[in-house]
Design a protein around this ligand. Structure first.
Ligand SMILES: Cc1cc2nc3c(=O)[nH]c(=O)nc-3n(C[C@H](O)[C@H](O)[C@H](O)COP(=O)(O)OP(=O)(O)OC[C@H]3O[C@@H](n4cnc5c(N)ncnc54)[C@H](O)[C@@H]3O)c2cc1C
Ligand code: SF4
Length: 337
């Protein structure tokens, strides 16, 4: 498989990138590490005329603590996040998620956190070679009118398999999207459309510049299941954030449960999260009930399109949520002494 021809632009600063994005149009894509984009281009899934590289933008590669928040530049390599003491201390779920991404070569060589969040949704019927796909009618995501993953689907149900996005949503993170002359901040939980063709509520002239996680005094955990421990995308994953009350240290004050790889975006389970407020941090029976309820909620979104059977993935939602709940609860208890 060979890359199609494209024009390569390498601006030297952020202003240069935003100027180009403002004038280039929809045929242009940002190139960060390329570990998602270039693979899709080789498969003929995408044929942009122009790539704007972020290679020279060291200004978008940082992890800082500022005003009670962790700020991460969009072009920060996954390896830097894994190595950060600040992330390990205050955003453990993100550390755990990044440790699982792809393989060491992706984490250390090219992959960035911005590219991880913005990697395209996946589907076993779509992420195939051009030759494979040429043998049948194109599906919605390929420009056609059918879906091989779900009968009578009027839209694409491809799956978001980003480890980073699931962990960041559990941590309540926001992202900054810049375009020439302006920028906006969006909670990552509100960043998704309901269509797998264009999963992100983002304009083609916008650049993801920063990820912000507010330090809330709680603890988080991330668990995932994949066929192999390396190189494979998650087939189901869960991120959990828990914090305890200042006065009653065994009581859950705030909770966020997010299930990933089970829908067009990571799923923030509002009801299950809310049901944990006021519950005891050591109550495993409550955790089991919430994990089963999470399985029921997530099951309605998923389709059979990321390798393993849908039935197995649904059952494993419960297990991943339970493990993540226990992990976060243990960390909160340990921190409270
Ligand atoms: C073998 C293999 C295994 C993988 N396993 C996993 C896995 O287990 N978990 C997982 O989550 N991912 C996995 N990935 C996907 C991918 O490698 C990682 O998500 C990686 O972090 C993507 O980062 P990147 O910088 O290479 O993105 P790129 O490929 O450069 O970009 C991805 C997309 O985001 C856009 N983009 C990137 N940065 C910006 C920005 N700042 N603003 C606007 N648009 C932007 C690009 O235009 C592109 O559409 C795997 C990939 C491969 C090839
Ligand atoms: S979910 Fe359906 S429309 Fe979307 S990529 Fe898969 S087969 Fe195509």
């Amino acid at each position: 498989m060979r890359l199609p021809r494209f024009e390569y632009l390498e601006p030297s600063d952020l202003e240069g990138v935003l100027n180009l994005l403002a004038t280039q149009g929809d045929d242009t894509k940002i190139l960060a590490g390329g570990t998602d984009l270039l693979v899709r281009m080789k498969k003929g899934l995408l044929k942009p005329k122009t790539l704007i590289s972020l290679k020279a933008l060291n200004e978008l590669s940082y992890i800082n603590e500022e005003d009670g928040c962790i700020k991460i530049g969009a072009r920060t390599p996954i390896a830097d996040i894994i190595a950060s003491d600040l992330i390990q201390k205050e955003a453990f779920a993100l550390f755990e998620a990044c440790e699982k991404i792809g393989a060491i070569s992706i984490q250390h060589y090219r992959g960035t956190i911005g590219g991880n969040i913005l990697q395209d949704n996946r589907c076993i019927h779509y992420n195939q070679s051009e030759f494979h796909r040429s043998g049948r009618q194109p599906c919605h995501k390929d420009g056609g009118k059918i879906c091989y993953a779900r009968d009578e689907a009027d839209r694409c149900n491809s799956t978001c398999q980003s480890d980073g996005a699931t962990a960041l949503m559990a941590l309540g993170a926001s992202i900054t999207l810049a375009k020439k002359g302006t920028e906006r901040v969006v909670e990552i939980a509100n960043f998704y459309t309901t269509d797998g063709i264009m999963p992100f509520a983002m304009e083609s002239s916008e650049l993801l510049t920063e990820i912000v996680i507010s330090i809330q005094g709680g603890k988080s955990s991330y668990k995932r299941l994949a066929y192999r421990s390396a190189i494979d995308y998650p087939i189901v994953c869960a991120g959990v954030f828990l914090s305890a009350s200042d006065t009653k240290k065994d009581e859950i004050e705030d909770a966020r449960i997010v299930v990933g790889a089970m829908g067009r975006s990571p799923l923030f389970l509002v009801q299950e999260s809310f049901s944990l407020k006021g519950k005891n941090l050591n109550d495993t029976e409550v955790f089991k009930k919430v994990a089963d309820s999470s399985m029921n909620s997530a099951s309605t979104f998923a389709v059979h399109n990321v390798g393993s059977t849908l039935e197995y993935r649904c059952v494993m939602v419960s297990e991943m949520v339970l493990q993540a709940l226990k992990g976060a609860a243990q960390a909160v208890v340990a921190a409270k002494g």
